[in-house]
Ligand binder design. Structure first.
Ligand SMILES: Cc1cc2nc3c(=O)[nH]c(=O)nc-3n(C[C@H](O)[C@H](O)[C@H](O)COP(=O)(O)OP(=O)(O)OC[C@H]3O[C@@H](n4cnc5c(N)ncnc54)[C@H](O)[C@@H]3O)c2cc1C
Length: 564
């Protein structure tokens, strides 16, 4: 991946600009480095550094998925950016294993995100809030570029960048009813920790809090308030009959597999709605079962002391809220025929979730070119590219904005390794330097890589440090998930004299597929950079690994093909 410095004008645009640098685009940065390192990328992030749902980073709160579903492991276990690499780098690997914990705290996951993000600091502009995205016409009149206008959050200075492709990953916008005005006593969960402890500093007072919502955040906030404010009352306003447990059963969880996301997309619209509706309790309006038990124990301990501090208002919908100076007045409608009522409280927390849409103020000039479905949502391809009219030639990709067509995993972490690969591969195929290296008219890269995979072994030629080139026939395994076009891996004995001759850096690997098959090239030449690997896990028993990052591929066609 090229560093960010100095480019971004209309004459020298980036291949990719990522809007936002949360988990989705951090995963994209990894994929870009590992799959298409020649892409020029820039990421714009409004925060001063990496922060992950900071307002809800409650002490001890845990991830809802396994650490193995980090930003990259499920795509590339050998990546230097896995959660386990992070633990190793922090010197905690053995202690982490000793914990026997699959779900780290959210605080630790944020630290992992920061550790990865720091390794991409050269391609990120922090304190840069995206304001507007505009398509730009080139000399031929085609809309082939995007201009991104952003503001420095510290100085207010406006900056502009251009790119052939944008990857929008700005996350959701807190869902706050229009009839509610937020402030120091009325907050959305996204601002919970930054506001409530500052407003309610006296932990002994008998505050009255109302929490609206029925999901994990509502449960965690209710617990926090009951636990930290030992004399406070907490009223939970929720639409259903009671809090419900997350459906964590492994069969239901398979919907978050890569293959199932593809399968979901292939269904028709009615079937998708039905499918997502029946599995909604894997993520929405539910609280982790173990956590519900903890909350119940806390509430029960109060009952033993002869007091009730937790009141559930079931079948209830919050209609309005305002702080009149003497406290917060909260309108509540009953869904079960108990009419309307008013609750009075000292503080209100809205655990009402997030809206996800392309902001019309940001995308006003782009929206007319986007194809939309009957509900007015942008139509998004399998590769996460927003479908556009033919006039808009530049690529707009979205992460987390296609739940209706891509399934419930779309807003979550599980699919990030796969999604980022799909996006970066699509961008690499579409244009820019990869297309320049591999002219589509000449050879089909994917076909050549498949043939290499089938060959298994190739002849390795290296000028090496010596006078004559060295050539050695060696089994080479192709890992297509790494590097721009793939990485070849082979092994030699540590004492093998050819090793010295192969350490010259650049090598040529020649593969000879089965030329009796029609359309098969007589030989495939692969040029690449060679690296020696001594990692014990990959090279046991005194072997040394040779890793060749593929830089260029060319094919020598059979005689009959050349003539035809
Ligand atoms: C409290 C909480 C806990 C969660 N826990 C889990 C979990 O355990 N497992 C799971 O799978 N999912 C979880 N989720 C779901 C969550 O959506 C994903 O974990 C993840 O955050 C999605 O990443 P993202 O990068 O798409 O969006 P976000 O994490 O929302 O990141 C968006 C980024 O864009 C930046 N941004 C926004 N607007 C602008 C702008 N105008 N200009 C520049 N930058 C901007 C933001 O600062 C942010 O850094 C949780 C969600 C919440 C709210």
């Amino acid at each position: 991946m090229s560093p960010a410095g100095g480019r971004g004008t209309a004459d020298d645009p980036y291949d990719v600009i990522g809007l936002g640098f949360g988990p989705s685009n951090i995963a994209l940065a990894i994929a870009a480095q590992e799959i298409a390192p020649d892409r020029s990328c820039l990421f714009l992030e409004r925060s001063p550094d990496t922060r992950w749902h900071e307002g809800m980073l409650i002490d001890g709160a845990r991830m809802q998925i396994s650490f193995l579903k980090d930003l990259v492991s499920l795509r590339n276990l050998a990546s230097p950016f896995t959660f386990l690499q992070y633990e190793k780098a922090k010197g905690r690997l053995e202690k982490f294993v000793n914990l026997a914990e699959f779900r780290p705290t959210r605080l630790e996951f944020q630290d992992y995100l920061r550790w990865v993000a720091a390794q991409f600091s050269g391609v990120v502009r922090y304190r840069t809030a995206v304001r507007e995205v505009t398509p730009v016409r080139d000399d031929d009149g085609a809309l082939s570029l995007f201009r991104v206008t952003a503001a420095d959050t510290a100085s207010g200075e406006i900056v502009e960048y251009h790119a052939r492709n944008l990857v929008h990953a700005l996350g959701g916008v807190p869902r706050v009813p229009e009839t509610v005005t937020t402030g120091p006593t009325v907050v959305h969960s996204s601002a919970f920790l930054s506001t409530i402890p500052k407003t309610f500093t006296d932990h002994e007072r008998d505050w009255e809090f109302v929490v609206a919502g029925d999901g994990q955040s509502a449960g965690e906030i209710a617990y926090y308030l009951l636990d930290r404010y030992r004399n406070a009352g907490v009223h939970l306003v929720l639409p259903g009959y009671s809090l419900r447990a997350t459906d964590n059963n492994p069969f239901a969880n398979e919907q978050f597999f890569e293959a199932n996301a593809d399968d979901f997309q292939a269904r028709d619209e009615a079937n998708r709605r039905d499918y997502a509706g029946s599995l909604r309790t894997t993520n929405y309006g539910v609280v982790e079962e173990g956590f519900l038990d903890e909350l119940y124990r806390l509430v029960y301990a109060d009952e033993v002391r002869g007091r009730t501090r937790f009141v559930v208002h079931d079948g209830s919908r919050l209609t309005r809220a305002e702080d009149d100076g003497a406290g917060v007045r909260i309108g509540v409608d009953s869904r079960f025929g108990r009419g309307s009522s008013e609750l009075r409280a000292d503080g209100l927390v809205l655990a009402t979730g997030y809206r996800r849409e392309l902001d019309p103020a940001m995308y006003g000039d782009v929206l007319p070119y986007l194809r939309t479905d009957a509900a007015g949502r942008p139509v998004v391809s399998r590769e996460h590219r927003v479908c556009t009219t033919g006039e808009l030639a530049c690529g707009l990709y979205v992460q987390g904005f296609a739940e209706a067509t891509h399934g419930l995993g779309d807003t979550l972490l599980s699919l990030l390794p796969f999604r980022s690969k799909q996006i970066i591969t699509a961008i690499a195929k579409d244009g820019g330097s990869l297309a320049r290296t591999f002219s589509p008219a000449q050879d089909d890269t994917a076909t050549l890589l498949e043939l290499i995979e089938r060959c298994g072994s190739g002849t390795l030629v290296s000028a090496g440090p010596g006078e004559f080139p060295s050539a050695t026939r060696l089994p080479l395994v192709l890992d297509r998930g790494r590097g721009r076009h793939g990485v070849l891996f082979g092994q030699l004995d540590r004492a093998d004299p050819r090793l010295a001759a192969l350490t010259g850096g650049k090598v040529l690997a020649v593969f000879r597929p089965d030329v009796t098959r029609a359309g098969t090239p007589a030989s495939i030449d692969v040029r690449g950079g060679l690296r020696l690997v001594t990692d014990q896990d990959r090279c046991p028993g005194g072997a040394v690994g040779l890793e060749i990052e593929i830089e260029a591929l060319s094919a020598d066609r059979t005689e009959s093909e050349r003539q035809s």
